[in-house]
Design a protein around this ligand. Structure first.
Ligand SMILES: O=C(O)CCC(=O)C(=O)O
Ligand SMILES: [Fe+2]
Length: 346
């Protein structure tokens, strides 16, 4: 697939990082357009060293390859309010705006996500302290994750500055000054193609609930986004070597009064090259000769505004003086995120 065929526009961020005022404005406008149109953008030359990204994937592979009892030395606490540590397959189940307990419980049993994850956050985040495996279990893992985090946080701050330029509002980066963000390592184990064909997903359809998400992906593919113009149609988003995918979350959709879209996405069957024939005994739960989709690794980095930030239509996103043009109720960043997280875990 050539660059122009992807449903997600590709923007060269170098001109925002190093350009003059006019060049910054051009990049800001391109991101604004992408967010208005599909809610996703691919950035090239985003300023995060490729070497760091590659190392992060290596650490992720090494971590998930550990025996389960070792991974469970850093267990994700029960409930959705402390989102740190290791979640084994099936523990987290993503849903889209379902809050009823009985319904959630049924969904967890009938449509589990096929993934395991490890979450860490800012070392300064007192409300959600990090949960690391003992250093002896995986020496260097914690040090690396703590070092990678600020690289991603810096890119988030630059993106917020670009969005402020697009709207002509004061810099939004200070609203995220505490960087209470979340770095997530995700591993989708091999799975039989048949299971994904039957409608199961590696991660179910959802929108992200913070402001911005960076998504680093390996080359396997399988990410799909809902077509903004054709409800019910899914569009494949192929990985872009050296690029980072950025998407709008619900909080930013609310903040922009719907100008920027928080697009629903999911991970399913990748294009044919990610599928292989299992010869001996089928890791994907089926038998010999079944078609299996190999491992997939991705690294989302979720940003949200500082907890007390009041999220209501930004200037330029509503008709000044006409309150009725505001589409969403005022919320605090913290209030909204807590409500969404509580639905993730039993
Ligand atoms: O693995 C992916 O590519 C997507 C992950 C995702 O959407 C999420 O964790 O919110
Ligand atoms: Fe997501």
């Amino acid at each position: 697939m050539t660059e122009t065929e992807t449903p997600v526009p590709i923007v060269d961020f170098r001109l925002f990082l190093n350009g003059d005022k006019a060049e910054k404005e051009t990049v800001a406008r391109q991101i604004d357009e992408a967010f208005r149109d599909v809610g996703f953008v691919y950035l090239k030359n985003h300023g995060v060293a490729q070497d760091m990204v590659e190392q992060c994937f290596e650490w992720s592979k090494t971590f998930f390859a550990l025996p389960l009892p070792t991974k469970l030395l850093a267990p994700h606490p029960p409930g959705g309010s402390h989102h740190r540590g290791y979640s084994s397959p099936g523990l987290e189940n993503v849903t889209q705006h379902t809050y009823d307990e009985a319904e959630l419980s049924t969904l967890r049993k009938t449509t589990p996500d096929f993934k395991e994850s490890f979450e860490s956050g800012n070392t300064t985040d007192a409300s959600q302290p990090n949960i690391w495996p003992p250093d002896t279990a995986l020496p260097g893992f914690r040090t690396f994750m703590e070092a990678f985090f600020p690289h991603c946080a810096t890119l988030i701050h630059h993106l917020l500055s670009a969005l402020s330029v697009a709207l002509g509002v004061p810099d939004l980066a200070p609203t995220h000054a505490q960087s209470l963000f979340q770095l997530r390592l995700l591993h989708y184990p091999p799975i039989a193609v048949e299971q994904l064909r039957e409608g199961r997903k590696r991660i179910n359809a959802h929108s992200d609930f913070g402001t911005l998400t960076l998504l680093w992906q390996d080359g396997v593919g399988g990410l799909e986004i809902q077509d903004p113009r054709e409800e019910g149609r899914w569009r494949e988003v192929r990985p872009l070597e050296g690029g980072v995918l950025v998407n709008v979350g619900d909080l930013l959709e609310r903040w922009s009064n719907g100008r920027w879209r928080s697009t629903v996405h999911r991970v399913g069957l990748p294009p044919a090259k990610g599928v292989r024939e299992e010869r001996e005994g089928g890791k994907g739960n089926g038998g010999e000769g079944e078609k299996v989709v190999g491992d997939r690794y991705s690294i989302p980095f979720f940003a949200t505004a500082d907890p007390e930030t009041v999220i209501e239509a930004l200037p330029g996103c509503w008709v000044e003086g006409r309150e009725e043009t505001k589409r969403f109720e005022k919320v605090t960043a913290e209030g909204y995120v807590r409500m969404r997280m509580a639905a993730l875990y039993e």
